[in-house]
Ligand binder design. Structure first.
Ligand code: GLU
Length: 299
């Protein structure tokens, strides 16, 4: 019998940018927020480059993102992994799901699903296609709820709102939902801290974790940053890249947007001093518990 005391798994957090362009203020908020929470818990913080979708990748963006994070002093506690090198892991998970009957080959095209607003409940393909997708079978009435560390209780009727979702796309690319679940488990991530735009992906990820017999991490979704017109920063003109040569002003602005008192960082005039001060003074209870923050001035 194992008599060792039960220990909660060590805190492992991560920041997982997609290399679709330079980091902007919204990405800095997720990177700095997840880094601060990991430091506060005495845990580890990792960087993962989510480059499964080659069609959206901007050449050089991953390197630029990594260099920018370095200039901001946000260095990972283990070598950076890239999803593009991890196809074997995704394939093993997919094979297990196909074998258990939780996943199925689907010939439906976008056009076939237009009548059901893109929600797949059963195959309606007009004809077989040479490049079928693979989907997760979502049972009727499948409701998944969880308690988010910042946003509170969140539930979703996945069958009704999302339907059977894609794990491997018709173009052969791995879907984000499968890759993120496999990687979070394989890297031992205990705490996922990311932007609230991914809140409604989380029930799908929990369902996949259950189908694969993987643990579910804790989730905290940070508010999205909106510009003065209420548009998400990453999609608006105001999504200015953060400048790796001037890390202090955006770090201070991110600290403030994370609900922390600006005066706590007063006098810190280089990145190391600022991060040391931030680590000592960070108070998770002050993190904003709202889905979005309006930013009227440029960060
Ligand atoms: N790669 C995703 C993005 O850049 C984030 C995924 C995640 O944190 O789970 O939006």
């Amino acid at each position: 019998m194992n008599t060792s005391p039960h220990r909660a798994p060590a805190y492992v957090g991560r920041f997982a940018p997609s290399p679709t362009g330079p980091l902007h203020f919204g990405s800095l908020l997720a990177a700095f927020g997840s880094w601060l929470l990991a430091r506060h818990a005495g845990g580890k913080w990792l960087i993962r480059i989510e480059d499964v979708d080659a069609t959206r990748e901007v050449p050089g963006a991953a390197t630029l993102q990594i260099e920018t994070l370095k200039a901001f002093g946000l260095e990972p506690g283990a070598p950076i992994v890239k999803q593009s090198t991890r196809g074997d892991l995704y394939q093993s998970a997919l094979d297990a799901l196909l074998q258990s009957g939780d996943a199925f080959v689907c010939h439906c095209s976008r056009g076939d699903l237009a009548a059901s607003n893109g929600v797949h409940r059963h195959c309606v393909a007009a004809q077989p296609r040479p490049d079928p997708a693979i989907r997760l079978r979502v049972p009727d009435g499948c409701m998944i709820g969880f308690v988010d560390g910042l946003q509170g209780r969140f539930g979703q009727d996945i069958a009704h709102e999302v339907g059977d979702f894609v794990l491997k796309r018709a173009d052969g690319l791995w879907a984000y939902q499968l890759a993120v679940v496999v990687d979070d488990a394989q890297q031992g991530i205990s705490d996922v801290v990311r932007g609230a735009d991914l809140l409604d992906s989380t029930p799908r990820q929990i369902l996949l974790q259950r189908a694969l017999g993987l643990p579910t991490p804790r989730y905290s979704h940070l508010p999205l940053v909106l510009d003065g017109n209420g548009h998400k920063l990453s999609k608006s003109q105001a999504a200015l890249p953060i400048d790796a040569d001037e890390p202090l002003p955006p770090l201070r602005a991110a600290w403030h947007a994370l609900g922390q008192a600006p005066h706590e960082l007063a006098g810190a005039n280089n990145v190391d001093a600022l991060l040391a001060r931030a680590t000592a003074r960070f108070d998770p209870a002050r993190l904003p518990r709202v889905p979005a923050l309006q930013c009227t001035t440029s960060p």
